[in-house]
Design a protein around this ligand. Structure first.
Ligand SMILES: [Cu+2]
Length: 127
């Protein structure tokens, strides 16, 4: 009985420690499902936007690994939408996702930002 109690106490203590660590780094729960690739924070993509273009035509990431996509507006007010992923990113609100399907996804601005709005497109290549 005592042994069992000690075991459960230990487990609860470990869970509390894990929970504390998790909230500090703000990692989403699904990053822990990695196949032993180490405790990396995953990939990150920073997309810079100006009137009326993104800083790159193409952004490349790996499939099956968490990626944090963030947006920086250098001029104007822009947002990002990746339609096939139903993903929206606004400035100062990075989004972390894991994309399991390789392919190309269209990135476009989702905030009516002016005359060049329709040209604000880029490609996310998942390989
Ligand atoms: Cu726009």
């Amino acid at each position: 009985m005592n042994k069992k109690f000690l075991f459960f106490t230990t487990v609860i203590a470990m869970l509390l420690i894990l929970a504390a660590c998790g909230s500090k780094t703000q990692e989403p729960a699904n990053t822990s499902a990695g196949a032993g690739a180490g405790d990396t924070a995953g990939q990150s993509v920073v997309i810079s936007a100006k009137n009326y273009a993104f800083d790159q035509k193409e952004y490349r990431i790996k499939k099956g690994e968490p990626v944090t996509i963030s947006l920086k507006n250098n001029s104007g007010t822009h947002g990002i939408e990746i339609s096939n992923l139903n993903l929206q990113v606004t400035q100062n609100k990075p989004q972390t996702v894991t994309i399991n399907d390789a392919g190309t996804y269209e990135i476009h601005c989702n905030i009516p930002c002016g005359s060049g709005h329709g040209n604000m497109k880029a490609t996310l290549v998942v390989e």
